[in-house]
Design a protein around this ligand. Sequence first.
Ligand code: 2P0
Length: 354
Amino acid sequence: QSGKSWVLAVTAQTPTNIAVIKYWGKRDEELILPINDSISVTLDPDHLCTTTSVAVSPAFTHDRMWLNGKEVSLSGGRYQNCLRELRSRASDVEDEQKGVKITKKDWEKLHVHIVSYNNFPTAAGLASSAAGLACLVFSLAKLMNVKDDHSRLSAIARQGSGSACRSLYGGFVKWIMGKEENGSDSIAVQLADEKHWDDLVIIIAVVSSRQKETSSTSGMRETVETSMLIEHRAKEVVPKRIVKMEEAIENRDFPAFARLTCADSNQFHAVCLDTSPPIFYMNDTSHRIISCVEKWNRFEGTPQVAYTFDAGPNAVLISHNRKAAALLLQRLLFYFPPQADADLNSYVIGDKTI
Ligand code: 2P0
């Protein structure tokens, strides 16, 4: 192969995930080890997802990455940790058609190019880093013939961005916080696959696609340093909720699932408010959506829809079934008339200038 130019490439697609029991707070910033377990649902791959192509060639002189068409630096510790971990696990790769043979040792010298696109707003609280880092780790692992299973790969994705470890699986996923200092047991496991509870319908109401003011990384650091509520949440509340949420998912018990999801979202935003200076991720439109859903659920006597908000004002609304989803859309359209840029996946509501 010397003197010959060749390129080997792999493309992968990874959906984002939405936490129903939230991760907020680290016990180790370098290894990205959380202070509590979390549970998420991975979205359908047709909607909010990242598509990443990775390529290797002897013509590449250094590792490079483009995100949504713009070159970004790979010098950050998180990218470097993922690349180092993957290179150390790479195996021999052979492509007979191209006459290419890469040995395990070659991977230490070869460079990669990474091209990644999100089909949704980056860093607007729609978990873009989760899909992005999961896809980067998965596609590089395929390219480098890394033989580790999804859980082992999740521990690598975790070092890119905590929530990314949960996007390695579909369906319902638990990120186990683990006990080890080196993070070896801080991994994601699948609780139930995507077929287990497939009548749930998720609607994302994009309240604002602006980038958030406080990044999750700095926000959770400030919460851990200053909030008096966070310890109570991590040690007392979440462990019990995790057990109950696992039961609700196993039994497809929507009322229990909805109550836990809403309560956990509200507590996450409460610890953000309890941070000094306080962090406001939701806005007036988010609060109006909560009131609307709460009133409807109370009127029906049993929850029809669950809401959850991440580090941004956008609402993730999980409906019991298609009928509840249709009624929810009707209500959203009535209370929040859509703007011109609504599309099939995202329903734009509220004033984008808020
Ligand atoms: C979650 N979030 O469980 C929670 C709920 C936001 C609110 O995980 O520092 O981007 O890269 O580990 O994963 C967002 O945090 O933060 C997040 P890092 P990440 O989905």
